[in-house]
Design a protein around this ligand. Structure first.
Ligand code: PHE
Ligand code: CA
Ligand code: ZN
Ligand code: ZN
Ligand code: ZN
Length: 277
């Protein structure tokens, strides 16, 4: 897999910040900054040759949108999916939560196009609407699939909060094979990882898991506190939250750890290449 330039991921985060700044300070479901975020991501994917679609749903009296992007080719009955929620809370611009995952999978998707990857499996990327009100967009997507379409999803990989400023390196432990693909990448770089436990059932992998799809993913921590043992292995500040700006107005571009964002984006590229081959 290629090494993804973290500068490209950060340039996307700058764009999402500019969108929030121009639309009342957030990119929340039902607010204009959400749709502007989706249009930004969609424009890049369309230009790169992805087949994109926007799935609409209604939540809390407002229209919501999922963006789904298919890379043409691969076996239609073995689909590898990677997804991130694109909405923020209303309190802030949502750059770590979850501009970080959204930009990371965008740059991995663009790298797939650049490499003109011809994977054995079919590759599909998704940006979910209205995660923050209870995984509404991803649940709508899973519910919209017929049972044979569900059974064709080989795996779903979820990326929510990849650049927490006091980062931990957490790997979803829901499926041993998917967990191993990520753990091996970090181990080769001598970076310690821990099993992800803070997020069980708390992000867009949950509806896939409930539907019987195997799931995996990465996470750098939200409002819970980094222990001394975790600070010893990862650096950063013990006794402080992984993300002190979680769901706050200060979740801006300054609220991202570049090293964590870089490593996690490269780890996603590794997993996408490996698991789709
Ligand atoms: N889904 C949570 C949010 O968007 C964040 C989170 C992700 C928390 C993963 C725990 C684990 O607010
Ligand atoms: Ca990189
Ligand atoms: Zn606008
Ligand atoms: Zn959130
Ligand atoms: Zn989130």
């Amino acid at each position: 897999a290629p090494d993804i330039d973290v500068k490209a991921v950060k340039a996307d985060l700058d764009q999402l910040q500019t969108i929030a700044d121009g639309h009342g300070g957030n990119r929340a479901h039902g607010q204009p900054g959400y749709r502007a975020s989706l249009d930004y991501i969609k424009g890049k994917l369309d230009a790169a040759g992805f087949k994109t679609g926007v799935q609409e749903f209604t939540s809390g009296g407002a229209k919501g949108y999922n963006l789904v992007a298919d890379w043409p080719g691969g076996s239609a009955d073995k689909v590898l999916m990677a997804g991130s929620h694109l909405d923020s809370v209303e309190a802030g611009p949502g750059i770590n939560d979850n501009g970080s995952g959204s930009a990371a999978i965008l740059e991995v998707a663009l790298a797939v196009a650049k490499a003109d990857l011809k994977p054995t499996k079919h590759l599909r990327f998704a940006w979910w609407g209205d995660e923050e009100d209870g995984m509404i967009g991803s649940t709508h997507y899973v519910d919209s699939l017929k049972s044979d379409e569900k059974s064709k999803i080989d795996s779903y990989l979820n990326f929510d909060m990849l650049g927490s400023p006091n980062p931990g390196y957490f790997v979803y432990d829901d499926d041993p094979e998917l967990e191993k693909v990520f753990k091996d990448w970090y181990a080769a770089k001598d970076i310690a990882t821990e099993k992800e436990t803070e997020g069980d059932g708390r992000s867009d992998h949950a509806p896939f898991k409930d539907a019987g799809v195997r799931v995996g993913g990465l996470f750098t921590g939200a409002e819970s506190t980094k222990s001394q043992a975790q600070a010893d292995q990862w650096g950063g500040k013990a006794g402080e939250p992984f993300d002190p700006c979680y769901h706050s107005a200060c979740d801006k571009t300054s609220n991202v750890d570049d090293t964590a964002l870089d490593r996690n984006t490269d780890a996603i590229a590794h997993a996408v290449w490996e698991l789709s081959s």
